[in-house]
Design a protein around this ligand. Structure first.
Ligand SMILES: [Zn+2]
Length: 69
């Protein structure tokens, strides 16, 4: 099972390599993670970078957690 974010308006999805709980955590704390990211340089996990990019890009849209098998 794989989990990801989907934008309901653009109908696109991203599938960062992280469990559901981690994706929920990232979505709820985007502003905190972004601040940490600004100081961490390139020390961030790929899934966080990937997830943040998507959340930023669709910040004004409705994003849901989705899964696929
Ligand atoms: Zn969107």
């Amino acid at each position: 099972m794989q989990y990801g974010y989907q934008c309901e308006e653009c109908e696109v999805a991203v599938w960062p390599a992280a469990p559901r709980a981690e994706l929920q955590w990232l979505r709820q704390r985007t502003h905190v993670v972004r601040e940490v990211a600004a100081h961490a340089g390139n020390g961030l996990d790929t899934w966080i970078v990937e997830g943040l990019e998507f959340l930023d890009h669709h910040a004004q849209h409705s994003i849901v957690l989705v899964r696929r098998s």
